[in-house]
Write a protein that binds this ligand. Structure first.
Ligand code: DGJ
Length: 730
């Protein structure tokens, strides 16, 4: 007993000394400072988040009690970095715990902190501890200096005798004191993803959240922008851009308090999820990733693109493949011969890969529509008697690679898997089951089910080493939220399920590291930065109408680099020309999902040329820097340009959506070029037999001219597009 008291006293002494010694913790990129301060009371407060401070001496002047009442008096309340429940702060906390004795309060005191270099950045780990309960929180931050991105997450642990109950568990908390805050959200629905809208935040709370279980998005994307003092704009002004890496229910709270300060709390959504945390286990929150740009959203996006390619996205610095998908070509109705024809068409188009979509599996319950077969990952012998081997062989003969679609986290009640293991599906034991797309979600909180799902992928890849690509789909949110496996711990299902999904994805990546994978979720429902550690790219939307895609791609481009965003040329909106459809898909990772027989000879030749052009321009489109020039939200047009790292090559994509009669058109100024270099301007992606009408076509201009005067790129006819290649002249 004496020893325990002595250890406790020494610990307290060490804590106090550490706190006294380390009053300031500076988390910095080249452009941003986040300064945390240990106050006299031993607790940790945010004293600054903003543009990088030039003088270290200024840090001393910062104060932890930033909060001031309207009469100017200063309160005891500060901006506590990980504010607990039941303290003197009357606003939303980061963490809420019910302890073994029923006490619902948590007060966290600074213990220690360390900093170490990690790939691309500096990691800061800060330990906080409750003074009355053996509960510890470790705050983690990684600051990526060059990219100006900070990633932060937290870990909660305890040594109470029995489990503690967590009812709030934020990734972090950030505070701002400004005159006004303008939130831009990216909401929508199936086939209407990432639609942007903005509003000024008023006192009280605004919450962005979803409760879809198996994916973050559909109705609301897990990313946002906050314009500080003014609405977020593209080229100027201070804007915070943040996103949570969590493939499940999320909740980001924006709360403007009584004195007009804003706190932002990104978190897993605690909806139906009071989490019972065992002693000594760690509850690790998702990563929240943010950048604070002082030069508008355009720069913020470029920060995130660069960071993602270097440090987060699977194979972020590697190449990407163009492809032909059969989904909209055939839906479920295909056989070996039809697919072989499509493989030849893929070759004719000049793309790298043929991608076989849904419908290739299930025998007792064949997958001939979306009512049956999910779970039975054996080739349907009637459709494909030669199995996958015959397909990979045919692809090889056609001269393209072979990729395949899977949806391994799901099960149709009409499947052998469900007949064998009804208890593996998430569904109520005592209510009528309701379905989304006639299927159920497998219970990935169950390790046995994780093994099964991993086994599906592993078996396919081991038996068919020629599979060169996966499209991994997830078409249903979690319905009937009940896990036969978790029994009385149902509060853990939403969270442990997502962790189980990651466990599977991690194993796939570890054991099959070289396979590129597209993340898909009935369109763009899954595109968070945690899942993207395991996936090279994602499907933005099932809506491939090029006009709608301009808005959808514009939205996603705020957070994701081009090489992560898949766009396919399809038959949606036949009023739009094949050229317009292809030019819209070409501003992302290009693919096709259209029968070549639908095209005229000229259209096919056009597409072949567009693929060749796109491949040549990859250093700018995929690896370069993106500049959003003209917003479809603010005009009847859209334009974006990409510049290669060497600034020797650039591409401009310009689209007329539905211009008005006699609309005034002004030249579009490019960005990111070298002002002193001379660029040849050439319109490419022209339909065979047509000439460029671009005034500047074939001429040479300085980067300065192109950025200050610009190109007359827009026209007045609906759904027209122009692609311009700019090449530095020796
Ligand atoms: C939804 C996806 O978004 C589509 O591209 C397609 O793969 C279907 N699922 C297949 O069922």
């Amino acid at each position: 007993m004496k020893n325990i008291i002595l250890t406790a006293m020494l610990l307290l002494l060490a804590t106090t000394m550490n706190a006294m010694e380390k009053k300031l913790i500076r988390i910095s990129t080249d452009r941003t400072d986040l300064v945390l301060q240990v106050a006299e009371n031993g607790r940790l407060y945010q004293s600054y988040l903003g543009e990088k401070l030039l003088h270290v001496s200024d840090l001393e002047a910062l104060s932890w009690d930033v909060y001031a009442a309207t009469d100017g008096s200063v309160s005891q309340r500060g901006w506590e970095v990980y504010s607990g429940s039941g303290n003197e702060d009357f606003f939303e906390p980061a963490v809420a715990i019910t302890h073994n004795d029923g006490n619902p309060s948590t007060w966290l005191y600074y213990v220690s902190s360390t900093q170490q270099l990690v790939p691309g950045g500096m990691q800061t780990d800060i330990t906080l501890r409750d003074d009355q309960y053996p509960v510890e929180v470790i705050l983690h931050y990684v600051a990526y200096a060059k990219e100006n991105v900070i990633k932060t997450w937290s870990e909660i642990r305890h040594q109470e005798k029995k489990p503690i109950q967590l009812s709030t568990y934020a990734s972090t908390m950030l505070y701002f004191c400004r005159n006004a805050y303008y939130l831009t959200e990216f909401s929508g629905d199936w086939a209407k993803e990432a639609q942007m809208s903005s509003q000024q935040l008023q006192p009280g709370k605004k919450i962005l959240d979803t409760k879809l279980g198996s994916r973050a998005a559909m109705h609301m994307q897990p990313f946002f922008m906050v314009g500080l003092d003014q609405p977020a704009s593209e080229r100027q002004g201070e804007v915070l851009m943040g996103t949570l890496g969590w493939t499940g229910n999320f909740r980001t709270t924006f709360e403007v308090d009584n004195v007009g300060n804003l706190r932002i709390i990104p978190a897993i959504n605690p909806y139906a999820s009071v989490y019972s945390l065992q002693p000594n286990d760690a509850f690790t929150t998702p990563e929240f990733i943010f950048t604070l740009s002082t030069e508008g959203a355009g720069q913020g996006s470029r920060n995130l693109h660069e960071w993602a390619r270097r440090y987060q996205l699977k194979d972020g610095m590697e190449d990407r493949m163009t492809l032909l998908n059969n989904w909209e070509n055939t839906y479920f109705n295909f056989d070996q011969a039809k697919l072989e024809d499509l493989m030849k068409e893929a070759k004719e188009l000049g793309v790298d890969l043929f991608l076989l979509d849904d419908g290739w599996f299930g025998n007792k319950h064949p997958r001939n529509d979306d009512h049956a077969g999910l779970g039975d990952w054996e080739v349907n012998h009637q459709k494909l008697p030669g199995g996958i081997q015959a397909l990979t062989k045919a692809a090889k003969e056609a001269g393209v690679k072979f990729g395949i679609w899977i949806e391994p986290e799901m099960v149709n009640p009409k499947s052998e898997l469900f007949e064998r293991h009804p208890d593996w599906a998430i569904h109520y034991p005592n209510r009528k089951t309701y379905y989304y797309r006639n299927q159920l979600v497998l219970d990935l909180s169950n390790p046995e089910v994780q093994d099964y799902v991993y086994g599906v992928v592993d078996k396919l890849l081991t038996e068919n080493p020629e599979i060169a690509y996966f499209k991994w789909d997830c078409n249903s949110p979690i319905t009937n939220i009940y896990s036969p496996y978790l029994k009385e711990q149902q509060g853990q299902l939403y969270i442990d399920h997502v962790r189980g999904v990651y466990n599977v994805m991690r194993r796939v990546k570890e054991n099959h590291p070289d396979i590129p994978m597209m993340l898909c979720s009935g369109g763009g429902g899954r595109c968070d930065y945690e899942a993207l550690k395991y996936f090279t790219e994602f499907w933005c939307s099932d809506n491939t109408d090029p006009v709608e895609r301009l808005y959808i791609q514009w939205g996603f481009s705020h957070f994701f680099p081009t090489k992560a965003m898949c766009a396919h040329v399809t038959s949606w909106n036949k009023n739009a020309s094949v050229k317009f459809r292809t030019d819209v898909a070409s501003m992302c990772k290009l693919g096709f999902d259209i029968g070549l027989k639908e095209m005229s000879a000229d259209e096919l030749n056009y597409c072949r040329q567009a693929v060749t052009n796109w491949k040549r321009l990859k250093p700018a489109i995929l690896e370069g820097t993106q500049y959003r020039l003209i917003s479809p939200y603010e005009s009847n047009h859209m334009a974006v340009n990409y510049v290669s790292a060497s600034q020797d090559k650039a591409v401009l994509f310009a689209y007329d959506i539905h211009p008005r009669y006699q609309e005034k058109l002004v030249p579009v100024k490019l960005q990111g070029l070298d002002a002193d270099k001379m660029y040849k301007v050439e319109e490419i992606n022209l339909m065979p037999g047509t000439k460029s009408h671009l005034k500047e076509h074939g001429k040479i201009f300085s980067g300065d001219y192109l950025m200050k005067i610009g190109l007359n790129i827009f026209g007045t006819r609906s759904m027209q597009s122009r692609v311009v290649e700019l090449t530095v002249q020796p």
